[in-house]
Design a protein around this ligand. Sequence first.
Ligand code: PEP
Ligand code: MN
Length: 334
Amino acid sequence: MIVVLKPNVAAEKRDQLVEWLKTMGLGVHISEGVYQTVLGLIGDISKVDADLIGSLEIVDSVKRVSETFKCCNRKFHPEDTVVSVGDVKIGGGNFCLIAGPCSVETEEQIVSVAKSVKEAGAKMLRGGAFKPRTSPYDFQGLKATGIEFLKIARQETGLPIVTEIMSVSDLPLFEDIDVLQVGARNMQNFDLLRELGQMGKPVLLKRGLANTLKELLMSAEYIMASGNENVILCERGIRTYSDYLRNTLDLSAVPMLHELSHLPVIVDPSHATGLARMVPPMALAATACGCDGLIIEVHNDPVHALCDGAQSLRPEEFAALVKKVSAVREAVSC
Ligand code: PEP
Ligand code: MN
């Protein structure tokens, strides 16, 4: 249920109402907009008398929210959420490019790629230290050593780091990480989502290979209901009938997620297509349909990459793409 307050209600009166609602055992999510304040009520609302609340002097209207996701629902929070990572902002008109290799391989590799992507205009560095591989015989990531190399790359470039966490038991290693990525395969690892909710750091939540938008939003809800509002949603392709491509990039997810939720939405054209030459056109299409950023795999030597070389751009290809992304952003903003 949402309670929309009249404009310019005194803070004291608003707080009295919030306290009263809390005595009914409800959680109250307050969204202060420029024009209106919206109170989102979470919990068992079956005994709440909507007519009584609606009759209060400071209340403009009361609406029932039928969706099961509440905290991430745009009805609860009409304005875009802006997630801040140090000085970098994402969402609400702030576009963010995240780039780097699929996996951290050596200190030299991650530092070199970090420098090139920064030079090209990336605002954050990606790189996997823990890799969810389909085969147990494939490279599984450098784990703790990879995390240390990422921190060195951050020190060298100033770029915040984004890296994937696969298990709750690894959490202590991520205390100094800027953005924790939940990969497609872990989108419904609910224990992990709850822990990340308590940790409070920004979370980049990728859509699962065969998950609906509602399921993605319910996973975001796990993080947010545990107290963390810093969630970035990521469309990274889903399983359909694609034969020549790794996945199918569901670009219609971007405007739909923006309609349903206030959270920033980014797109990963690398895992969506699996082919480096498909990455630029899909990155531009994603930009045109209004995403808040892109996460792109870039490697200094894709042919010898230990993971996902075929979909990795070379630094110069990434730099050329960044220019086109800017041109598309300008074109669609007019
Ligand atoms: C990744 O970002 O390297 C990755 C494994 O992505 P996804 O979870 O989308 O497959
Ligand atoms: Mn990858």
